[in-house]
Design a protein around this ligand. Structure first.
Ligand SMILES: *Cc1c(COP(=O)(O)O)cnc(C)c1O
Ligand code: SF4
Length: 334
């Protein structure tokens, strides 16, 4: 029997009990009362992230993203369990096709961490379904317009190497599929995932590889994380980032500037900054689009164009992500 990978071992040490995490963070009684005990979307936080959280505070930008807050239990009109029309674009249990030329494979529901703002936290992944992706691969094979497959989830890096290797070989054997993209947040919590075995799987494919790292705050980008991303870049993978604009986490220009600079300093191109998808339980994270637009304008005054992500939101039924207005029109209108 091969010994379990290091990253599996690290994953097993995640905080999965909000009480244990609260204790570790030395929260007082008043703060404890602000935590949600709702078990619907369980607490799941890697040690690495917990160790970055300021003790005795609920306002730390990392803490805010991962500790369940009572505000999650408040229902708001307009916040739903299917905010971006995923259900309508589902070709097979694990395949979404919204945009021309690319389709998204929901490889797994598992993640290295549970982000409280996640727009797929209510998603029905059809778990226990077919893990061989037979139906999904059959559709991809038959649809010659699909040049790119995006591995998403959940987090595709939760799959073990055997499953990933199988998927990559299958996709590599489809002539019209040229690009393979990972959408992942895994290295932020467990950079050990980018190990030799994973790199070997990637080097053995002829698909062109893109890796979109989900990162929201510069504190998430420590040296180990950046080294892991550099290893990926070293084997020719293009690295992009995506960020969700989150109230109390990154909704100020200094934080966004620091994030973008840290990314480009390490060869990672900021790709998208997403307006929050209106998922039930996440209203307290929303930043007004007008404020978001102002933030981007301020970034434009400070950074080169390639260091600024495109500010977009997802509108169900549209042919692509939609740009959020960043021009001075807002100031003219208001
Ligand atoms: C966001 C998304 C994509 C990727 O869109 P790009 O603009 O190419 O980054 C593809 N499929 C689905 C279903 C998506 O939600
Ligand atoms: S890692 Fe991604 S998919 Fe998983 S909970 Fe966080 S935002 Fe959602």
């Amino acid at each position: 029997m091969p010994s379990p990978s290091l990253w599996r071992h690290v994953l097993r040490n995640n905080f999965t009990d909000w009480r244990a995490l609260a204790k570790y963070l030395q929260l007082d009684d008043t703060q404890l009362q602000q935590l949600s005990h709702d078990r619907r979307f369980a607490t799941n936080v890697p040690m690495r992230l917990a160790s970055k959280m300021a003790k005795g505070s609920l306002d730390d930008p990392i803490t805010r993203q991962f500790l369940p807050h009572v505000q999650e239990e408040i229902q708001f009109p307009g916040y739903s369990c299917n905010p971006v029309g995923d259900e309508e674009s589902r070709l097979a249990p694990r395949l979404l096709h919204k945009y021309h030329g690319r389709a998204l494979l929901l490889t797994t529901s598992a993640c290295a961490m549970h982000c409280r703002f996640c727009f797929r936290q209510h998603f029905d992944y059809a778990n226990g379904g077919d893990r061989s992706f037979a139906k999904e691969l059959e559709i991809i094979r038959a649809e010659s317009s699909l040049r790119e497959i995006i591995l998403s989830g959940g987090d595709p890096l939760s799959l073990d190497d055997r499953e990933l290797g199988f998927l990559l070989r299958e996709l590599d054997s489809i002539p019209h599929v040229k690009h393979l993209r990972f959408h992942s947040r895994f290295p932020i919590g467990i950079p050990e995932r980018i190990d030799d075995a994973f790199l070997e799987i990637l080097t053995s494919t002829s698909l062109q590889l893109w890796f979109v790292l989900h990162v929201n705050h510069p504190h998430e980008l420590d040296d180990d994380v950046l080294t892991a991303m550099e290893r990926l870049r070293g084997i020719g993978v293009q690295i992009l980032s995506q960020t969700v604009l989150l109230q109390g986490v990154n909704d100020d220009v200094d934080t966004l500037e620091a994030l973008c600079l840290r990314l480009v300093d390490h060869g990672i191109v900021p790709y998208y900054m997403h307006q929050l998808d209106r998922t039930e339980g996440t209203a307290h994270f929303e930043v007004d689009e007008k404020c978001g637009g102002e933030l981007v304008r301020e970034l434009e005054a400070r950074l080169p164009g390639y260091a600024i992500p495109r500010y977009v939101r997802e509108v169900a039924g549209q042919a692509s992500k939609s740009a959020v207005m960043v021009t001075s029109e807002y100031s003219l209108l208001n």
